[in-house]
Each structure stands twice: as C-alpha cells, then as structure tokens.
Write a protein that binds this ligand. Structure first.
Ligand code: NAD
Length: 476
C-alpha cells in the first residue's frame, strides 16, 4: 500500500475579488486547484463577485457583499486561510477580525496605512497564534531571490552601499498615482508606502539590519494643472487636440494593448520586436486583420490589466463609458492628485550600511534597478518587464559572471505573485519550502520594519528633517 497520501487542498476564503484577489492570486489558484480551493467570497461589485464565484463553483450562500457578512461570529471559521485583497484603507479591520475568528491570513500590502495599526496587526497575529503574511511579492521573484542568495553566499563580501531605484513607467504612474486609486495620500496611503514598501522591504531583507536614520525628499513636480498643454480639455474623451501625440491619451492606454506592446520593443527577440512594431505602427491594418484572425482582437480591445481596473464591462462601449465618466479618462494634468511623482530616500542602517532609494513616475519602462557594492565585489541588477539581468563583478579577480538573465516576460511581478502563493500554501502545510533560509519571508513582524521605514521617510519629507528610527519604534 502506498504511504503517499494525497495532500488535501488548502481551503480558503477571499475578501475583495478585484485586480489582486481575482486576477492575480485567484488566477494562479485556478491553475493549482490541487493546492488551494476557494469556498467563499466577499465582494460588493456584482460582476466581480459572481465572476469569481462562477470560477470556483461557490454556491450562492457562500457569496457575500461585504467582508463584515462573511467574517462574523455566527459564520465562524469556514476555512483555514483568508486572503484579504481589499484597498489599502480596508486591510486592518478585516484582518483583525479574520485573526480573531482563527483564520491564517494573507494580507495585501500595505499591511495598514498608519504605524499604529501596523503594530496592532503584528500583536494581534502573535496573540491569535495565526500566520499573518504580507504580500511583499518582490522578495519572491526569481531575480531578487537570486540577489539574496548571492549576498548569502558571500560573493560580494560585506555590503557597504546599495543604490536602488523603482522606475515607474510614464503611463503606469498616472494610472495608479495621478488618475487612479492611490492618487491622494489621505484616501489610500503615501506613495512611498503604496508603491515602494516593496523596495524598502527588499533593502531591509538584504541588509538584515534595522534602520537607524532615514531622510527623504520629493514632490509632485509634473502632473499638475500648470503643466497642461494649452487648450487641452479636462478629459481625453472631450476632443483633445493633441490626442495623437499625447503619451497619456487614455483611450489608447485602455482600449488597446498599446502599453503592453511597447514593452516588446525592449525585448532581445527580433521577431517579437518586429511583431510589436507592426501592431504599434499599423493599428488600422491590425483592426481589419482581427476580424479574420479572432485571437488578434485582444490587440484592439485589451481585456487584461490595466483595462480591468477601470470597469467590469470590458466591451469597447463599456470601456469608453468608463473613460468618459470615471477617473481614468481625465487629462493627467487635470486630476485631483497630491502624491509626489518623484521621491528619494537616504538610509543609514544600524550595521553601518548605507542605501539610497529612488522612486519616480517618469521612466520609459517599468522596472527596478539595483547596485550593491560590497567588500569583495559588486552586484548589478535590472528587473524590468522588458527583461531581467543580474551580474556579479569580482573586485580582485576582475571576473564578471551573469547570475540570472531572462528576456521580456508578461508574468506580473516577475513571478513574485505565483511564488508568494506557493510559499504561503507550503507554510500552511508546515513544509520548509525550497527557499530554505527565506522561509520566514514576509511575516507580519518582518514586514513591520519596512512599513516603519516608509512612514519615517514620509515624515522626513513632510517635516524636512532626518528621522531617527527610535522615535518611530518607541511611539505607541
Ligand atoms: N502586492 C502587490 O504588488 C500589489 C500590487 C497592486 C496592488 N496591491 C494592493 O492590493 C490591494 C488591492 O488592490 P487592487 O488593485 O486589487 O484593488 P481593487 O479595487 O481592484 O480590488 C479591491 C476589491 O475590494 C472590494 N471591496 C470593497 N469593499 C469591500 C468590502 N466591504 N468587502 C469585501 N470586498 C470589498 C472592491 O469592490 C474591489 O473589487 C490594495 O491594497 C493595493 O495596494 C498590491
């Protein structure tokens, strides 16, 4: 008789079936139903709730409009795990409730939008003796796992300094931080938390030391009304005279596959670049062709992120309506945004390592660049949708070694979303996953440090002074 008993899939509930809940983690889960099964969902938007329920055969009585209906004493514990993928301001209350009921929780970042609430969550998880993991997906990417491995293996000796930048593409930044959800700090969280808590988390993870001092500068320089070209209307859909040449013309960004196809131009593959150019330069031809070759319709009526963010009705009419009426159709110079479009952070860690981190929304391509200089060598990494590469330079032996290289990939977050889910499920099985010493990845306590770094950076920017982290840690 075989002793290999088939493992039961982890039962989970989902709170918030939006871009992350349904289209990222849910999509991965659909391909790994032997590992995870969703048995209930809470989501106020009908199309999203019903769409997710259909994908998972969730009966009507297990579909809820709000997390409050799903997470309460009468319902009790329905599964082992609870994924919380609501917006930034709606993380704490459901997470506390889920922990209290007895769920292990996978919570989207940022864990909370205030330092006090971050600490409250850590204590609640520890008191409940339940896992609370934060979706710091960057740690789980192949690229940054390799950076960490190289540091651990001593390739570069002791780290002396890190230079890291989060270069957000010129069209992606407005999508999230000018027109979109995270445009106002008070309604979501400061951009240094919302966008770069991943980067601060990576730095903390690599340096393995708490932060001593932190300083930050930044402002909203460009996406402001005084920079609007003369004569442009408030909305792209109101007959903008520069529609054809404006990089932020919303119908191009959301109706077609334009932003994604542009990434192909950074690929090493000639055929991909050629195909990309064809689609970009001959939209009318592609449209005609799409009537004959049906799969090509995707290029003229894009059905994935970022279009899925602006509406649930992904027909051309539905998307146009969303652009005419919703926030994503506004001219980037005529929005109500207040978060900086560029910000730098200077960090001194307690172990003496220094680091600088830059975030800005003016890049030709989305991606993170990192350079780590140590006593024995240097690591230089480029992590973009257009390709990834990690190179080690040895000081003494004048050697250069490529540690990791991958061409353009459409996988969101460089495989981080998928690996995070696999790691969460493995940890629930009590399995030390293949990441070895990284198995403690992104517990709430380890994520707390990077959140505190972010809050301190924002405090420094606003108060124009260097923050000693002890003042963040001591404050209750
Ligand atoms: N880990 C990452 O790299 C990463 C990337 C992007 C976004 N995020 C974070 O993920 C979170 C979700 O982002 P998103 O883009 O999926 O947002 P989203 O708006 O697409 O999804 C949130 C969903 O929560 C639902 N919701 C609202 N009120 C609810 C309630 N009372 N009960 C249950 N559901 C409710 C909304 O209707 C929506 O569908 C945010 O906090 C965001 O900052 C993380």
């Amino acid at each position: 008789m075989s002793t290999n008993k088939k493992k039961k899939a982890l039962e989970a509930i989902l709170i918030g079936a939006g871009a992350r809940g349904r289209h990222s983690y849910g999509k991965w889960a659909l391909k790994h139903q032997d590992k995870i099964q969703f048995i209930a969902v809470a989501e106020p938007r009908k199309a999203r709730r019903e769409g997710f329920a259909k994908e998972w055969n969730i009966p009507l009585e297990m579909q809820f409009q709000t997390w409050e209906e799903l997470l309460n004493k009468e319902k009790g514990l329905l599964a082992e795990a609870c994924l919380i993928c609501t917006q930034d301001q709606m993380h704490v209350a459901p997470a506390l409730k889920a922990l209290e009921i007895g769920y292990h929780v996978l919570l989207e970042k940022p864990m909370a939008t205030t330092e006090k609430e971050c600490k409250q969550l850590v204590l609640a998880a520890e008191k409940a003796n339940r896992q609370l993991r934060i979706c710091h997906v960057a740690r789980y990417t192949e690229m940054f796992s390799r950076v960490k491995k190289a540091i651990k293996e001593g390739f570069i000796g002791n780290i002396i300094n890190i230079n890291h930048s989060e270069n957000v593409a010129y069209w992606h930044f407005p999508h999230g931080y000018v027109r979109g959800t995270w445009r106002k700090a008070a309604d979501s969280s400061p951009v240094i938390i919302a966008k770069t808590c991943h980067d601060l988390d990576l730095l903390y993870w690599m340096v393995e030391s708490p932060t001593k001092n932190i300083q930050s500068f930044g402002s909203l320089s460009f996406y402001r009304s005084e920079n609007a070209p003369p004569g442009v209307p408030k909305r792209c859909t109101d007959g903008c005279p520069i529609a054809d040449t404006c990089p932020w013309y919303a119908p191009r960004l959301y109706m077609t596959a334009d932003p994604m196809i542009r990434i192909t131009q950074r690929s090493k593959k000639r055929l991909l670049r050629f195909m990309g150019r064809l689609i970009l330069n001959h939209p009318k031809f592609i449209k005609s062709l799409s009537h004959i070759i049906k799969p090509m319709k995707v290029f003229v009526n894009w059905q994935a992120w970022p279009a899925t963010v602006i509406t649930d009705d992904l027909s051309p009419e539905g998307k146009m309506k969303a652009l005419r009426e919703g926030p994503w159709g506004r001219c980037v110079f005529h929005c109500d945004n207040d978060v900086p479009d560029h910000q730098t952070v200077n960090i001194l860690f307690e172990n003496g390592v220094t680091a600088t981190m830059t975030m800005h929304g003016h890049s030709y391509l989305d991606g993170r660049w990192i350079r780590i200089d140590g006593t024995k060598g240097t690591l230089v990494g480029r992590f973009t949708y257009g390709g990834e590469k990690l190179v080690f330079y040895d000081h003494f032996h004048v050697k250069k070694k490529i540690l990791w290289e991958r061409d353009m990939s459409f996988s969101a977050h460089g495989g981080g979303d998928e690996a995070l889910m696999a790691s969460f499920i493995a940890s629930m099985e009590g399995v030390n996953n293949e990441l070895g010493d990284q198995k403690e990845l992104t517990t709430a306590r380890s994520s707390l440090e990077s959140h505190l770094m972010g809050f301190a950076a924002e405090k420094s920017r606003l108060e124009n002074r260097v923050i000693n982290m002890s003042e963040m840690r001591l404050k209750k």
